[in-house]
Design a protein around this ligand. Structure first.
Ligand code: PLP
Length: 388
């Protein structure tokens, strides 16, 4: 391995760069998780975390990755044999489908080409056809991290309402929360699933479920087996400021600091920053003469851009050159996109010059890999950054 000086560029779409203030917070001594200081921390955090989800309701925090939070949402609301509606938007929606099936749910999986989000018209059509109301939940990945496509949740909610259908709406915001505008309560989402290592700028290790009143009411009737993931004992212990297991104390210190950082910048400014960086990245990709994987202008992700290369090029080779020469990690193409795309993460603790450096590295790496690119791409991105 070549020795590199300077800081590694971690430009995968999560885990993201952890700010120094968050790292310092995590480095504080671990305290008694049954003592009064911990109770104060929990109560404070459980309030502070709500605005990021856009909710006034409860948020359960698990010591888990996002996959655990997926499972928690399903087992707390559904019963064996329940039908759920899901959409093939990419690698992560497919993994969530697989999990639902393994848990004993029957998944209606709307096929997709991995270049678009969940289609609100398909939601309307499927739910209107379900006159017996046998579909218990609609599962949507808000930001499909494998493709750089953001589904239109308000339109999906409107489609459910138009069909006058009682299905719960479960939304994965694992790579969008704290980076892309999201409103659990206003958009009528029943369970919002998220985790720590993306827009919240923490290391991996915390999973979240934000829960609507309707989902809370559904929980006692849900018969999928659950123990560790059960909301009820956690919510009950949270009342007193505790958890029914040993929580990830130091990550919770980090969460408090990360929420302070988001609050200081102001969530609308955080969202605008990500929108702007995404626009600059798209300007670079188009300027290079390359193709963006997302095929719908309304659905471009503000947190990552997936770049599709022609058949003659190997995207993994491009990433390898960029890693070796410039010490920058980019996201790989996942499952059926392996070798065809690379993903530029522009989320979390990130500023104009981080993006300028990132895009410089990508442009040089493409050139070194023999991909013909117009160097005007980088200039186009810098103009977007300079303009506002
Ligand atoms: N859903 C989405 C949209 C993701 O991006 C990821 C991980 O990147 C997951 C789910 C799985 O989360 P985890 O790897 O933390 O279990």
């Amino acid at each position: 391995m070549t020795a590199h000086s300077g800081r590694h560029f971690l430009q995968i779409p999560g885990p993201t760069n952890v700010p120094g203030r968050v790292l310092n917070a995590i480095a504080q001594p671990t305290i008694d998780h049954r003592g009064p200081d911990f109770a104060d921390l929990t109560r404070d955090l459980l309030q502070r975390v709500k605005p990021v989800f856009g909710t006034s309701g409860p948020v359960v925090i698990y010591p888990s990755s996002g996959t655990g939070a997926w499972e928690a949402a399903l087992v707390n609301t559904l019963s064996p044999g329940d039908r759920v509606l899901a959409f093939e938007t990419g690698h992560f929606s497919t993994l969530w489908r697989d999990m639902a099936q393994r848990l004993g749910l029957v998944v209606d999986f709307v096929p997709g080409d991995w270049r678009r989000g969940a289609d609100p018209a398909a939601v309307a059509e499927r739910l209107a056809a379900d006159t017996a109301h046998s579909i218990a939940a609609v599962m949507v990945v808000h930001n499909e991290t494998s493709t750089g496509v953001t589904s239109r949740i308000p339109e999906i909610r409107a489609a459910i309402d138009e069909a006058n259908h009682p299905a719960l709406l479960l939304v994965d915001t694992i790579s969008s929360l704290g980076s892309i505008d999201y409103r659990h309560e206003e958009w009528g989402v029943d369970v919002t699933i998220s985790c720590s290592q993306k827009g919240l700028m923490l290391p991996p290790g915390l999973g979240f479920n934000a829960i609507s009143e309707k989902a809370l009411a559904a929980a006692p009737k849900a018969r999928l087996p659950k123990a560790y993931w059960d909301w009820a004992p956690i919510l009950e212990a949270n009342e007193r400021g505790f958890y029914p297991y040993t929580p990830a104390t130091n990550l919770l210190y980090g969460l408090r600091e990360a929420l302070l950082l988001l609050d200081e910048e102001g969530l609308p400014n955080v969202f605008a920053r990500h929108n702007r960086h995404a626009a600059a990245t798209r300007a670079a990709v188009r300027g290079w003469g390359l193709e963006i994987l997302c095929a719908d202008e309304r659905e471009h992700s503000s947190v990552l851009t997936a770049v599709l290369l022609g058949e003659e090029h190997d995207a993994d080779k491009v990433r390898q050159i960029i890693l070796d020469r410039f010490d920058m990690s980019l996201g790989a193409g996942l499952s059926k996109l392996a070798g065809r795309v690379f993903r530029i993460g522009h989320l979390g603790d990130f500023n104009d010059l981080t993006l300028a450096g990132t895009l410089s590295g990508v442009q040089m790496g493409l050139e070194l890999a023999g991909v013909t690119v117009d160097p005007a791409g980088l200039q186009a991105a810098l103009e977007v950054l300079r303009a506002e």
